[in-house]
Design a protein around this ligand. Structure first.
Ligand SMILES: Nc1ncnc2c1ncn2[C@@H]1O[C@H](COP(=O)(O)OP(=O)(O)O)[C@@H](O)[C@H]1O
Ligand SMILES: [Mg+2]
Length: 327
């Protein structure tokens, strides 16, 4: 059984089609990344899966319950961290969690223990009695994740959880997110427009203009590009692009002043390219394709991709964590 399944979800707001026929399946215990640029329809999809929005067309189930026929069961099975914070700033961290536990009818004698566990897990226990209005953005996010877990959901939805956080806070949050499936038996569905974060997910769907344009694990998606991507600087990109298309039938795109060729086998086609562009090539480099190259290849445009300092550390830690798990 899937933790989440969507079949042909459509959402129209008047003449705007925000979500245009999305189907996906998420396995239990996965970290599933929903990756796409701003305005792609990520939040609208999450809202339909969380039963906050009625789909215009299509069906979905979460935790084995039908989103339209059993919305209250779906709501009991999920935790949500919204794109914008919904904490009560005039309460302490602990009070926010206790309040949530009451809302979800957590058995009274379990509340204190669960709240403490969640605060420890997200490493904000020391700040439990501070007012949320004194919290940094990163701490608020961690508190929201803690809150999302209090009622032991099967699926946790995170909508752009690291948006606007500094590298250090992002790192801390990621360290916690990747431990959730293993240590809390929860399936994570998260949206992001950061390619580097999607790399860390077990499985991703790339979404653009309300449609899923690619699905798979990050390595599967990158493998579709068939080897390393080639980056060229030339004296005349427009002209060079034309020549490479005509003479070598290569698929060429321009990004940040460089031509990107993803359709040839990396260094293998460098000599042909140089020959086809006599006196025009200023520099050539090859690079393992990123998910950004996948997006570029599929849509012809780059996803807005901010500098992500610190992501190397995160990747390193995640790999170490996975090694430990598989032992
Ligand atoms: N309530 C609404 N009414 C009208 N248009 C909306 C509404 N919510 C979202 N949209 C539009 O739907 C599209 C997708 O939005 P959204 O799901 O928020 O994208 P994302 O989360 O990927 O940035 C956008 O063009 C947005 O302007
Ligand atoms: Mg959004």
């Amino acid at each position: 059984m899937f933790a989440i399944k969507a079949d042909g979800l459509v959402k129209r707001f008047g003449s705007v089609t925000a979500v245009d026929g999305i189907s996906l399946e998420v396995y239990p215990g996965e970290i599933f990344g929903f990756l796409g640029p701003n305005g792609a329809g990520k939040t609208t999809t999450i809202n339909m899966l969380c039963t906050l929005l009625e789909p215009t067309e299509g069906t979905a189930s979460v935790g084995g319950f039908d989103c339209q026929r059993e919305p209250s069961k779906v709501r009991q099975s999920i935790g949500i961290v919204f794109q914008d914070t919904t904490l009560d700033k005039d309460l302490t961290a602990r009070e926010n969690l206790v309040f949530h536990a009451y809302l979800y009818a957590v058995p009274r004698r379990e509340i204190a223990g669960r709240v403490d566990d969640a605060l420890h897990f997200m490493e904000i226990y020391d700040r439990r009695d501070d007012l949320v209005k004194r919290f940094s953005g990163g701490m608020k996010r961690r508190l929201e994740v803690a809150r999302g877990m209090i009622h032991r959901p099967r699926v946790l939805f995170l909508d752009e959880p690291t948006l606007g956080l500094d590298p250090q806070s992002r790192n801390n949050l990621w360290e916690a997110i990747i431990r959730l499936p293993q240590e809390h038996g929860v399936t994570v569905f998260m949206t992001t427009h950061y390619m580097e974060e999607a790399e860390v997910c077990d499985s991703i769907a790339i979404i653009d203009k309300g449609r899923v344009i690619a699905r798979g694990s990050p390595s599967e998606l990158k493998a579709q590009l068939g080897g390393d991507a080639l980056y060229l600087r030339t004296k005349d990109n427009a002209r060079a692009q034309e020549v490479l298309r005509e003479k070598l039938s290569l698929d060429v795109k321009e990004q940040n002043g460089e031509l990107v060729v993803t359709s040839c086998s990396g260094e293998g086609c460098v000599p042909d390219i140089i020959k086809a562009l006599p006196d025009m090539v200023l520099s050539v480099r090859t690079q393992q394709p990123s998910l950004n190259d996948v997006f570029l290849d599929l849509t012809g445009k780059a996803i807005r991709d901010e500098e992500l300092e610190g992501m190397d550390t995160i990747r390193h830690e995640i790999r170490a964590h996975r090694r430990k798990q598989s032992r």
